[in-house]
Structure formats: C-alpha cells, structure tokens
Design a protein around this ligand. Sequence first.
Ligand SMILES: C[S@@+](CC[C@H](N)C(=O)[O-])C[C@H]1O[C@@H](n2cnc3c(N)ncnc32)[C@H](O)[C@@H]1O
Length: 265
Amino acid sequence: MTMADEGGYLLDNQQSEAGVRFDALATLFNPATFRHIEALGIAAGWRCWEVGAGGPTVPAWLAGRVGPAGRVLATDIDVTWMSASSGYEVRRHDVGAEPAPEGGFDLVHARLVLVHVPQRTAALAAMVAALRPGGWLLLEEADPMLQPLACPDESGPAQRLANKLKHNFRTLMARRGVDLSYGRTLPRLLRGAGLAQIGADAYFPVGGVACDLLERATVAQIRDRLVAAGLATNEEIDQHLANVTAGLLDVATSPMVSAWGRKPA
Ligand SMILES: C[S@@+](CC[C@H](N)C(=O)[O-])C[C@H]1O[C@@H](n2cnc3c(N)ncnc32)[C@H](O)[C@@H]1O
C-alpha cells in the first residue's frame, strides 16, 4: 500500500501521522459509535467483526462488552496499530477482495472504511453475508459533500485558506475513486441488501482540540500529494498548519452518517 497516485488507500497506516489520526478519530467519533452499538443491544457473548479497524479503541471496547464468552475479530489491510494481546483477534484482510471470515456474527461494524474501498459493493455484500440471521450491520461513513467546508464560519483569510485546501483534498480523493457522497446512500444500500429495521443519523463536530489534531495530521500526511498534484503550495500548507496551531480556526469534520440494519431471522 503506497501513496502513489495510481490507487490504493490515500492515508497510509504506515505513516507516523496515522496513530495521531486514529486517536483523534476515537476522541471525535467513538462516543457516537458506542451509543449506536449500545442501542443495537450488544451483550455478553456476542460475536463481532470490526472491519477496517485501524486503531485499537473500537475492538478493545467491543471486547470489554462481549466478555470472555464473546468474540471480537478486528481486520484491516494494515494491522500495524493493533495488538492481538488485547482481548480481540487481529487479522490482515481486504474486505473488498477477500471472502468474509466465517463466524455468523451478531454485529458487523465498519467506520470510515467503505468510502476508501474501490470494490465497496462486494465489501458490503461480504459484510451482510457474515451476519447471522438476526445480526446487525452498522456502517458509519463520511459524506464530505453534505458539508464540504473545513471552516463553515468562513470569517477571514485563514478560514478561506483552510476551505481552499479542503476543497483540493477532496479533488485528490475523488481522483483516487473515493465516493464523496457515499454516506447519504447507506440507508438505501442496507435496504437493497435485504436488511430490515433500517435506521440512520448523522453527526459532526465543529471545532475543538481533536479536530485540530486530526486536521494537522491529515494535512501532514497528504502534503506531498497535494503539492505534487499542483493543488497546493508548501507555503500555503505551512501557513494553514500555523493557523491551526495558533488556534485561529474552528475546524469541522465531514458529517459522519451512521446507518444500521438487521438481517432477517
Ligand atoms: C480512515 S481509517 C478508519 C479507521 C477506523 N475504522 C476508525 O474509524 O478510526 C480507514 C481504515 O480502513 C482501512 N482500509 C482501507 N481499505 C481497506 C480494505 N480494502 N479492507 C480493509 N481495511 C481497509 C485502512 O487501512 C484504515 O485503517
């Protein structure tokens, strides 16, 4: 997996900024994720598949909730940031290209994964196939085009620069095959996959320390690609990072659409 423009996951887990990004994503989105999973009725003994887990926080929380009678399998194309000694299984697995693991899962969850997977239709089918009858699928994906701004309050040049860079980052992602309007499609896709009891909501933070950390780590990770593609200059990126560090901006994220559905018994 590389940062080459020919394809692949743009925000490579091998880069040192990936750990910062996973921590920030956990701070920003774990409370909503855990609320959704609680509402689905997670209990001791459940079997869970965490797809594209990235960091350890979600599988570790799941392992705590299902206890020793349950099972948590955490998969990713790059498992660098997870440790199998933490009460859950870790496996390298490409959800778009490989068959689903055996298991008859009570819960399959993926957050911010499918939007990066070119074979996302096959990936969704694999996740549905992995559910036991009565099991739940929870998908959480960004929808950058629902709210495309880094700074919705564009009150000056620092905010305008942030929004310009965010716009150009979207251009880079779209060229890589990222579907920038994917989040909103989740309820329809779950219904089309034959799931029942469909529900969905959306959430995004509008500023704060974790948003700043995520922004700095993300921009640092894609800096070379933005410059190489002529989508930003090093001077613009330096200025933006200085603005974020100085606390001048209220940096928002894209809306996260969470959608859930149940495999008919
Ligand atoms: C934006 S990160 C999200 C990580 C984590 N789910 C979270 O919300 O914090 C996307 C993750 O998806 C993984 N990923 C990308 N393509 C994948 C694929 N085809 N199969 C499995 N995981 C994939 C990446 O390696 C990365 O860890």
